[in-house]
Ligand binder design. Structure first.
Ligand code: SF4
Length: 197
């Protein structure tokens, strides 16, 4: 097995990437660094779910790396609702910390569970992973885990894991709320049309 440091954004998103990487012969160590998650209670809840799963189910080591919330406010928050630039800055901050830890601890390979979620900007995230791995002399393991997302959803429900309904930052919480309202309005409108028809 080949040691690999796996940046994990949360427990549910870790299930399938861990399985897929182990199938490929990697031996993942989980790395938590997610200063994007707000509020702090939500951050701690997601970390707790990940730690519990890693210990009781996956039996994987977890490194809790830096969670520099002030840096997130400085580097990502100023982009506000400009999602493309905000998420790039957010990926960069988290992946840089994961790469720093990987280099410090002697890992050669680095990957991220962010690549399982269809809600993430996959290309942007992959670009940042490649760029930062290069900066730290690491080999990026870029995989498109998104086809595994439905299975991750099913499995995490079965395990009774807490599943958040927004990505993590306060902007994403507001965006998700708007999206849910738009979907509700569309359903209501479709229903009303049906009655009229
Ligand atoms: S939506 Fe997610 S990836 Fe993008 S900035 Fe917010 S927490 Fe980071």
């Amino acid at each position: 097995m080949t040691p690999l440091l796996l940046h994990a954004c949360c427990g549910p998103c870790s299930l399938e990437p861990v399985r897929a990487l182990m199938d490929e012969g990697y031996e993942p160590t989980i790395c938590w660094t997610n200063p994007n998650i707000a509020p702090v209670e939500e951050h701690d809840k997601r970390l707790g779910v990940l730690l519990d799963w890693a210990e009781r189910v996956a039996h994987l080591p977890v490194i809790i790396a830096g969670d520099d919330r002030a840096a997130w406010e400085r580097e990502a928050a100023p982009y506000g609702f400009d999602r493309a630039d905000r998420c790039r800055a957010c990926y960069a901050l988290r992946l840089e910390e994961a790469c720093r830890v990987a280099a410090e601890q002697g890992f050669e390979y680095i990957s991220t569970t962010l690549a399982v979620s269809p809600y993430q900007l996959f290309e942007t995230c992959s670009e940042e992973l490649v760029r930062l791995a290069g900066k730290y002399g690491l080999t990026p393991v870029v995989r498109d885990f998104r086809p595994l997302y439905p299975e991750a959803t099913r499995e995490s429900r079965e395990l009774g894991m807490y599943r958040q309904n927004y990505c993590g930052c306060r902007f994403s919480a507001a965006e998700a709320q708007v999206e849910r309202q738009i979907a509700r309005d569309a359903r209501k409108a479709a229903k009303a049309m049906g009655h009229v028809g």
